[in-house]
Each structure stands twice: as structure tokens, then as C-alpha cells.
Design a binder for this molecule. Sequence first.
Ligand code: C5P
Length: 396
Amino acid sequence: MTDIRGKRILLGLSGGIAAYKAAELTRLLTLAGAEVRVVMTEAACRFITPVTMQALSGNPVHTDLWDASVPNNMAHIELSRGCDVVVVAPASADFLAKLALGLCDDLLSTLCLARECPLLLAPAMNLQMWGNPATQRNLKQLRGDGIAILGPASGDQACGEVGMGRMLEAEEILEEIEACFQPKLLGGKRVLITAGPTFEPIDTVRGIANISSGKMGYAVARAARDAGAAVTLVSGPTAFVAPRGLERIDVSSAQEMYDAVMARVAKADVFIGVAAVADYRPKEARGHKLKKGTGEITLQLQPNPDILGAVAAKRNAPFCVGFAAETENLDTYAEAKRRRKKVPLIAANLAQHAFGADDNQLVLFDDQGRHELPRAPKIALARALIAHIARLLPKK
Ligand code: C5P
């Protein structure tokens, strides 16, 4: 992952039991090639030691506004000037309140006020503290001040209660940090995406599926969201958790996927069909489990609707993008598909490279010709595809 390679990230910890997740976050950030500087409040040091954070970040940890080892004795200016983003995780209720008021009586709050870069806060607190009108008032103020609030999530809490206020997991915060560095190429656009396989029932326990994992579709959905689009993801059965901050509609069969897409397409500016939709379904799905017999049985199949084709044929169709997974003759088949389905852009890949893998290789076909996107992680290819779509979109 190269999204944050070389970025200078200032990670602040205020006091909360979720501080242990900040240790994992530091590890993920440094593994991704970011330069991490850690600042901890006094309360944070009660939950996790600066030694841990120093070992994981590879840099000295700062806790003191009056740190005499900083050459000009202005640690808050020194630290905040040299970074691309400030992330506070965990951000306690007290810390949110301080920032909402512009108070700055310790190093972390002072550098947040003195910073020139974006600020992301990952709140972590008990559910009653989260729901308290004072906290909600402070959050409204902070959002109004242009500060991004990441989460929180709902679930089991360290105090034994269950509800809203759990800090996001380190992986999720990492994704949000990566997102904040993405140009907002699709800001204000609504993007409808299909992903994953479909499942065509034979009887109540069996069906026809395919080996699409949904990884590419989910990466495209994430890249579109990170580019500022409002994303709806219509997903066949996959093992993935949907990227945060988008609408996910779960479907199973191609017909359900078709219905879900058609019900939403009128509002979309862009439609991207990444799903590996089954071309055929059993003519008759039995309402009970078929019993084993001794002889052969015949399964009669009938064609499924072509979702991409139907969307592209609509009056006022959104900008349509198709995927083509081929095992041979990639260029010929992909370009033929583009013309047959009357879509402006097809992203083609070799099925033997694409299905289930983390990396892929794409060739884009549009009116201008062929554009190769060399082998890279699926999220990097998805970001390149979104950038290509943004360039082709009609300018209003
Ligand atoms: O029709 P074919 O499978 O060759 O084309 C693949 C492209 O068409 C993909 O974008 C896929 O999502 C879409 N498709 C569809 N509905 C189908 C079959 C494919 O939307 N029934």
C-alpha cells in the first residue's frame, strides 16, 4: 500500500482504554511507510506507556508542552508544522470538549489549535458519555470547524456496557487516514456499483455460484467513496465488510441484483458493474431439497437479465463502466463487449489473474483506445480507474 508512504502523521493519544488500539495503529502506519510522531496527554500515559509508542513509531514520544529538549522550546509549533495530518485516537469526551472550545492547556490540544493541516478525531468513550447532549453539542461544533470525526462504532465496551462509543479498529482508522489524502475527484457525484458473485438457486440448499470474491468491487467502492462520491454498493454474497460511509444493499441472485440496481439507477451519475453476474439461472428453483436418485438429472437454464446492458440502454443513462474478465483474447473480447453493451469504458482483466487475488492488472478500453494499468494492489488499480472515470465524465 503506497497511499501514505512518506506522509508525516502526528498521532495524538488522549486518555482512554482504547489507547491500546493506537499502538496497533502506529504499527500499521509505519508498515505502510508513514513517518509517525506520537504526542500523548498525561491521562493517555496512564493507559499505555510512551515507551511502547516510541518503540512502535521509532521516534521519541512527546508529552510535555514545556519540553526543553525542543530547540526553540515550542514543541507545539515544531511538531504541528512538520506534519501532513494530525490524528487523535483515542479522542476522549474531555478532549473533544477542549477542542470545541479552543482550549489549549497541554501539548496535544495546543498543537491541534496551532496546526495548519487536516485534523481527524477518533472518539472513544462510554455510551452515556457519547450520548450526552454536551458531547453531541461539541461534535457539532467540531464538524462545523472542519474537523473530521471518525466513527465511533457500536458494540461491547470496556466498562461492560454495550452501545455507541467504541473507538474504530486500527485498520478502519488507517483507511480513513488514507482516504484523507485522496483527491476528491468525484465530489458531489452519486456512484452505483455492483460487486461480488451472484447465487442462482437450484433448490433450497443448492445453487450455481462463481469464484468472484468481491475484492475488486469493494476496492472500487472504497476508491469512489474516498474520491468524495456518495456510493451505493449492490453486493452479491461475499465475506467482506462494506467500507464505512457507503450504502450497501445485499442481494443474492442476478434477478435481485437487477431489481436493486434498477430501483436506484435514476439517481446515479456513474454506474460501475464489477459483479460477476451469472449469465444463466435454473429455470425452476425447487422449493424443497432435491432427493438423490440413481440416474442422471437435467438442469434447464434460462438467461439472466444483463444489468449493465439494461442500465446503458436507459434514457438518461448514467456514465456506465463495465468489467470484462476473460481467459484469452483480452483486447478483442473486451472491445467487442464495450461496443455490444454500448458503454464508454470497459476495464478488462485476465480471469486467471483476477479472481480472489490481492493484486490485479487492468486494461482500460474507451473511445481513445487502450490504457494499461500495470500490476498493483486492487485498491491502487481501483483509485486509478476512478481517476480515469473522473477524466471522462462530461463536464457540467
Ligand atoms: O456480459 P459479460 O459477462 O461478458 O460482461 C461483463 C460485464 O457486464 C461486467 O461489468 C458485469 O458486471 C456486467 N454484467 C451484468 N449483467 C449480466 C452479466 C454481466 O451487469 N447479466
